[in-house]
Ligand binder design. Structure first.
Ligand SMILES: [Zn+2]
Length: 78
């Protein structure tokens, strides 16, 4: 299961959860902090976060707080 460390959204209810609340957001995409495999890095802005939902990810990205690794195949800036 994924759990957004920023806002608390999650994509699966706990097995013994009594009620589904408004933070149950199974349709959102969740981003994990796997810097070796992914090309984004939010550790400078959110060093404690392991997972972000797409809403929080987009907000951070718009604020310029997510670093994107250079991708040699997609961009050539000379
Ligand atoms: Zn979130």
């Amino acid at each position: 299961m994924a759990y957004c460390d920023e806002c608390g959204n999650y994509d699966q209810a706990y097995p013994h959860q009594l009620s589904i609340d408004g933070s149950y957001q199974p349709d959102l995409y969740y981003y994990w902090d796997y810097p070796l495999e992914e090309d984004y890095d939010w550790r400078a802005a959110r060093p404690q976060h392991d997972c972000l939902c797409e809403i929080c990810f987009d907000i951070l990205n718009e604020e310029g707080k997510i670093k994107w690794k250079e991708c040699a195949s997609s961009q050539t800036v000379q």
